[in-house]
Design a binder for this molecule. Structure first.
Ligand SMILES: NC(=O)c1ccc[n+]([C@@H]2O[C@H](COP(=O)([O-])OP(=O)(O)OC[C@H]3O[C@@H](n4cnc5c(N)ncnc54)[C@H](OP(=O)(O)O)[C@@H]3O)[C@@H](O)[C@H]2O)c1
Length: 299
């Protein structure tokens, strides 16, 4: 049963720099982690997940563009306009996660990024830390980079500070001896791409059940293709990005065709607003294909 909800700050002291999101709608009966008061006020309510859970976060323009093309690094920031409210939601979703999954395309296109809550919203760092303590999460979520080719920039600061890198045998050969010591390499037995169910099973083995994917359109295509995504958080940024006929500016999914034969219907779980930005949370209707605990990945 769904219900409409109006905005009521839930208590606590709102951080002066984070104006609360306005809650427009929330489905009744959502799991609640019990956010620290400052985060709950800024988010316009509580947040939680039923674990295990794979949840994606994207920002898209009104016309559905999520990446501007290889010639434009950090295109997510360009699309969001680095809006504080969007960066707060990014940080909050990261703060809830055991692991953050990205594809090598996203790593290559954002050379200075760090996939931590604090990097995108330093103002809320103490509150994110308090949330992680209350959830018994590690100090920071673990970064997981998926690459078939092994073509990853090993000097990237996110790798230098430690990550799991999941790759094929060919990729492992290419990376041999090149990864920073802080990284762990996971390799698949066979094939030119990884079965994402194997990657998730390996993450479960590491104790990671709350998995946020911030990968780009290709990674989410692989995850959706295997039926592994539970929820999608989508920020609609009030901007038109446009496309020329001969450039590639993908929407949320690449490399996977769903409609008309395999529609992936969703239900809206919540809708929030700040200025002209919309923060939408959807649940995939198709039951999730649970990861096979007998992972084919080895480290
Ligand atoms: N707007 C947003 O919210 C948002 C979010 C994320 C990213 N982006 C943007 O998206 C663009 C990058 O798009 P993308 O689709 O290239 O990013 P991506 O999906 O993160 O990376 C794609 C790469 O990941 C690896 N990969 C994915 N699935 C794999 C599998 N099953 N097995 C093995 N390897 C796998 C491959 O790496 P190899 O090529 O190394 O084999 C593949 O080329 C960037 O411009 C980025 O800024 C936007």
């Amino acid at each position: 049963m769904a219900e409409h909800t109006t905005t009521h700050p839930v208590g606590g002291t709102p951080p002066g720099f984070l104006e609360p999101l306005e809650l427009l709608y929330e489905e009744a009966g959502q799991p609640r982690f019990g956010l620290p008061p400052a985060l709950a006020t800024a988010y316009g309510g509580d947040l939680g997940f039923t674990l295990p859970c794979v949840y994606a976060n994207f920002v898209a323009s009104i016309d559905g563009v999520v990446a501007l093309g290889p010639e434009y690094p950090s295109s997510g920031s360009a699309i969001s306009g680095r809006k504080t409210a969007d960066r707060f939601v990014m940080g909050l979703l990261r703060a809830c996660a055991d692991a953050i999954l990205i594809g090598a395309g996203t790593l290559r296109s954002t050379p200075r990024h760090r996939w931590t809550p604090d990097h995108v919203c330093p103002q809320a760092a103490p509150d994110f830390a308090e949330l992680r303590r209350s959830l018994r999460r590690a100090t920071q979520p673990e970064l997981v980079v998926v690459t078939a080719s092994g073509d990853v920039p090993t000097e990237h600061p996110a790798l230098q500070s430690g990550a799991l890198v999941a790759t094929t045998l060919d990729g492992a050969g290419r990376l041999d001896g090149r990864l920073p010591a802080a990284c762990t390499l996971l390799t698949a037995g066979e094939g030119s791409t990884l079965r994402m169910a194997d990657v998730l099973a390996a993450l479960h083995t590491h104790g990671h059940t709350a998995v946020l994917t911030e990968g780009g359109p290709h990674l989410i295509g692989h995850l959706l293709g295997e039926g592994l995504v539970d929820e999608v958080f989508l920020t609609t940024s009030p901007v038109l990005a446009g496309r020329t006929d001969d450039t590639s500016r993908p929407g949320l999914i690449a490399g996977l065709e769903l409609l008309p034969n395999h529609p992936a219907w969703t239900d809206l779980i919540s809708a929030r607003q700040r200025d002209s930005y919309l923060f939408l949370r959807y649940r995939l209707r198709t039951p999730r294909a649970h990861a096979d605990p007998q992972s084919a990945l080895a480290n």
